[in-house]
Write a protein that binds this ligand. Structure first.
Ligand SMILES: Nc1ncnc2c1ncn2[C@@H]1O[C@H](COP(=O)(O)OP(=O)(O)OP(=O)(O)O)[C@@H](O)[C@H]1O
Ligand SMILES: [Mg+2]
Length: 238
């Protein structure tokens, strides 16, 4: 069987003495969307930070196209095609939209012009607000800047930590549409989401994490149909 684009296997990681994530496997195929759901404190953000290299895995393997990235610094992981949008503090608030996008193109500054046009084709509002400081934008627009920065590296995989957090219901819809659009350009997405139902609806695969482990791994449609998942995470009862 062909390797998935991103494969994390048996990952263990923590902050202090003990581990928070205990032997987690997650993977995403090229061009697909996978979502991790689960209760607060389950280790979802910890897992995604570890793939991005913000934290270093203590055990296990993390591969992109079969190449080991576990243990490498975040900058090198970015060069391997992994872009990460954290849940918070994901833009430079004092910098303008354009300056933020310039920061995003740090790997290949010469590509700025071409990539800027691509990102603005996806988010036309960013061109309109080019000279506005990110801190003065609405939450939704700021999230587009964060996505735009990540896309400036032309990643193979986009890691998103709760992209819809703090947005109005209308903006949440729009954010999931944007994720679908980004994915249609060929970029694989691995996201963590509290809006489990909406996230799973646009996903190919879903994981439920609980207490630092993968409690369920199944096609997203199966998780949406599962009465256990519905009761616990989707806010609906069957
Ligand atoms: N920087 C940190 N230092 C120490 N412990 C941390 C740190 N960040 C998170 N933790 C702990 O690790 C555990 C998992 O946290 P994590 O943020 O990964 O959970 P999560 O599944 O993303 O939760 P949420 O849904 O609330 O975002 C929690 O017990 C949390 O208190
Ligand atoms: Mg989290």
């Amino acid at each position: 069987m062909a390797e998935d684009l991103l494969e994390a296997e048996n990952v263990c990681v923590g902050y202090g003495r003990g581990d928070i994530v205990h032997g987690v496997d997650v993977s995403v195929s090229a061009g697909r969307i996978a979502t991790i759901i689960g209760p607060n404190g389950a280790g979802k953000s910890t897992m995604i930070k570890t793939i991005a290299g913000v934290l270093t895995r203590r055990e296990g393997s993390i591969r992109i196209d079969g190449r080991e990235i576990g243990g490498k610094p975040a900058s090198e992981i970015a060069r391997c095609g992994v872009a990460y949008v954290p849940q918070e503090a994901n833009v430079f608030r004092q910098l303008t939209v354009t300056e933020n996008l310039q920061m995003g193109s740090w790997i290949e500054p010469k590509e700025f012009d071409a990539r800027y046009e691509k990102v603005c084709a996806l988010f036309p509002i960013l061109k309109e607000r080019a000279k506005v400081r990110a801190g003065n934008l609405s939450g939704g627009q700021r999230q587009m800047v964060a996505f735009g920065m990540a896309l400036m590296v032309e990643p193979k995989v986009l890691l998103l930590d709760e992209p819809s957090a703090g947005l109005s219901p209308a903006m949440v819809e729009q954010m999931f549409d944007i994720i679908k659009q980004v994915n249609k350009t060929g970029i694989a997405v691995l996201m963590v989401e509290q809006n489990a139902m909406q996230a799973l609806k646009i996903s190919d695969h879903g994981y439920v994490m609980a207490a630092g482990q993968v409690a369920m791994s199944a096609p997203a449609s199966e998780l949406l149909d599962s009465s256990e998942v519905s009761e616990l995470y989707l806010g609906t009862r069957q």
